[in-house]
Write a protein that binds this ligand. Structure first.
Ligand code: AG3
Length: 276
């Protein structure tokens, strides 16, 4: 018998992968978690039925949520990640030469455990020098830390369940306050094809507090529509300007692509205009 896993990306569209094995399926305190082995993308982590990461395409998202900010801030020594319990973003952060300390604040310890058990290429970050894993509510954590971080990254799930508040103006304001005077915030802001309103919320909310607010794109095959957005809020440095070059290239990220990612299709420009 063939087994398939399907994420209903919209009420009218399913994304299905043939699976050879289910490694874990459980209800945690916060969400439903599963880890399956897909033939196409290798191991896949799903939360509440939504694909979070796969072995084969994780590099796109993790490089792009991290390296754009890290390579446009002149000295990102102290970095905070909210969410991202799989460790992929933390891996990118602790590998960056300027970073002295990368703090990951994840609300659900079962996500961290699933990464330890099944995603060694992501969870390798947990034990690297400078890495700290805190199991706590990121919303409270940013409230409790003022003027502390150079870069904050919000590697959240969709704005449902525990993540709703991570897309609110109040949260962005607390991030602003948790950043130093030249700090930068970057958040994952969903698909311009299917989540126009999320983009408007993230971009509009960040723009209220950060003098420089910009959106950029990357292709993530396993996420809804395959085209994914990230929004950066910056206090002083322009995130479109690359400070490092070839040394920081990855499998997806390059210094040319850094700049190209900010060049937006017309319909995406319109989402931003209409959201203002
Ligand atoms: N966080 C963003 C995943 C959003 C995917 N949405 C969906 N599948 N509907 C990814 C966490 C990776 N560290």
């Amino acid at each position: 018998m063939e087994l398939w896993v399907t994420e209903y990306q919209t009420p009218a569209l399913g994304f299905s992968c043939k699976i050879s094995e289910t490694l874990r399926t459980e209800q945690t305190k916060f969400q439903h978690l599963s880890v399956v082995v897909t033939e196409q993308f290798g191991r896949m982590l799903l939360l509440d039925g939504m694909v979070q990461t796969t072995e084969k395409d994780e590099f796109v998202y993790h490089e792009m949520i991290s390296r754009v900010a890290l390579n446009s801030h002149p000295n990102p020594e102290q970095v905070l990640i909210i969410g991202g319990g799989d460790g992929g973003s933390l891996r990118e952060v602790v590998r960056h030469p300027a970073v002295k300390r990368g703090v990951l604040v994840e609300i659900d310890d079962r996500v961290v455990q699933a990464a330890r058990d099944f995603f060694p290429d992501l969870s390798c970050s947990f034990t690297e020098p400078g890495a700290e894993v805190v199991i706590a509510d990121g919303i409270q954590y940013v409230k409790d830390h003022k003027n502390t971080f150079d870069v904050i990254m919000v590697d959240s799930t969709e704005p449902v369940g525990p993540a709703v508040e991570l897309f609110s103006p109040g949260f962005y304001q607390n991030c602003f306050n948790a950043l130093k005077d030249d700090g930068m915030l970057v958040v994952q802001s969903e698909s311009p094809f299917f989540n126009e309103n999320v983009i408007k919320m993230a971009y509009g909310g960040i723009k209220k507090f950060f003098p420089i607010t910009k959106l950029y794109l990357a292709s993530v095959p396993t996420y809804p529509s395959g085209l994914w957005s990230f929004t950066v809020g910056s206090k002083t440095h322009d995130p479109e300007t690359v400070k490092f070059t070839e040394a920081s290239s990855g499998r997806y990220y390059t210094s040319d692509l850094h700049q190209a990612a900010f060049k937006l299709p017309g319909f995406v420009q319109n989402i931003l205009k209409n959201g203002e």
